[in-house]
Design a protein around this ligand. Structure first.
Ligand SMILES: Cc1ncc(COP(=O)(O)O)c(C=O)c1O
Length: 363
């Protein structure tokens, strides 16, 4: 049996350090917005090449608080990909705005910059690219479009902490980068957690206010806010893990390169990555026209696999009111039919990778 993800094996590698860090917080009884969160914010800002970082309760909240902090609300439109986790689009709706989709590129599964411009109108306020599976979206083109039209850029970095394009880290291109610390992410905590990274002092201050009910001075709120704080226990776990993130990323890249070389003569299609890109492989995703059969076969062989994502946003019931139809985003629809993600994590051995590949070859 090879799981899609092995959090137990991962924990075992740093158990002592984590247990000590958690015990220290419990002993301090300082559970909310204390020194651990503050230190992690500084370290994460520096890791992401930004000036500020604000810990919040989840990646979803990082997106929603950013939208609110950027003043996006009813009547506004935000352009994003139709192929991602639901939080990318549902946060736009919760902020009161309308998600407008632009199709993806078939190789990277990321939003196609060429498809963005035709969606821009006077209501458009922001572009929300997602660095899907750990691979950066085409940020220099996206930033050019945003500058030309005076739009905000909110980077959904939930799956891509540490990913780079031309040595620049995701989250440092746009107005904000939104991180998720969900346990399955490359930097995962022991529950929910998230962070906004930004170079804008104004946005940083706004998000600090919003995460704490808009309270500026004690019990004097200036805006309607949220209760969305990263807690000290999660921050303590993350602070230990952040030190190892680059080492783990290298291991993920090694796993991907072994898959790449072993799968090159098989019937599945692996994805290509430009040399200017640092892909951090939160997922290793391949494409095949007989995806459903392969998924069933791997399940029978007790090999963990997952389909991220079986339905593009525009074909999900929740967005029926937007009026899209089948055929509107052919690349996203094709990806939804063909993608399958294979086991990838730093502790995955070469032997296990070979077992996965031999199961694929015998399907
Ligand atoms: C692309 C993407 N955006 C947003 C999120 C939301 O993050 P969280 O689960 O921490 O709320 C996720 C996490 O699953 C994600 O994968």
């Amino acid at each position: 049996m090879i799981p899609l993800l092995d959090l137990k094996a991962h924990y075992e590698t740093i158990k002592e350090e984590i247990d000590k860090a958690v015990a220290k917080v419990i002993d301090s009884t300082n559970f909310i917005l204390g020194p651990e969160v503050q230190a992690l914010e500084q370290e994460t800002a520096s890791y992401c090449q930004t000036k500020f970082a604000i810990g919040v309760a989840s990646g979803t909240d990082a997106l929603e608080l950013t939208l609110v902090a950027c003043g996006i609300s009813a009547g506004d439109e935000v352009i994003t990909t139709p192929f991602s986790f639901i939080a990318t689009a549902d946060t736009i709706v919760r902020a009161g705005a309308k998600p407008v989709f632009a199709d993806i590129l078939s190789d990277s599964f990321n939003i196609d910059p060429e498809k963005i411009e035709e969606k821009i109108n006077s209501k458009t306020k922001a572009i929300m690219p997602v660095h899907l599976f750990g691979q950066p979206a085409e940020m220099s083109k996206i930033m050019d479009i945003a500058r030309e039209h005076g739009l905000k850029v909110i980077e959904d970095c939930a799956q891509a902490i540490g990913a780079e394009s031309n040595s620049k880290r995701v989250g440092s291109f746009g107005d904000t980068g939104c991180l998720s610390f969900f346990p399955s992410k490359n930097l995962g905590c022991f529950g929910d957690g998230g962070m906004v990274v930004t170079n804008s002092k104004e946005i940083a201050e706004n998000i600090r206010l919003l995460r704490k009910h808009g309270i500026k001075d004690k019990y004097n709120s200036s805006v309607i806010g949220f209760n969305s704080r990263l807690d000290e226990l999660q921050a303590a776990v993350l602070k230990v893990k952040l030190k190892y993130l680059d080492k783990w990323t290298e291991k993920r890249q090694k796993v991907a390169s072994i898959y790449e070389s072993l799968l090159k003569d098989s019937l599945v299609k692996t994805s290509l990555t430009a040399s200017s890109i640092r892909h951090v492989y939160n997922q290793y995703t391949i494409k095949t026209s007989n995806r459903d059969e392969l998924f069933k076969w791997l399940k029978e062989k007790e090999i963990g696999a997952a389909i991220y994502y079986p339905a593009p946003f525009h074909l999900q019931d929740v967005f029926a009111y937007l009026g899209y139809k089948k055929g509107d985003f052919p690349e996203a629809e094709k990806a939804a039919k063909e993608v399958i993600s294979l086991p990838i994590y730093p502790e995955l051995t070469e032997e296990q990778i070979k077992e996965v590949v031999s199961a694929i070859d015998s399907s």
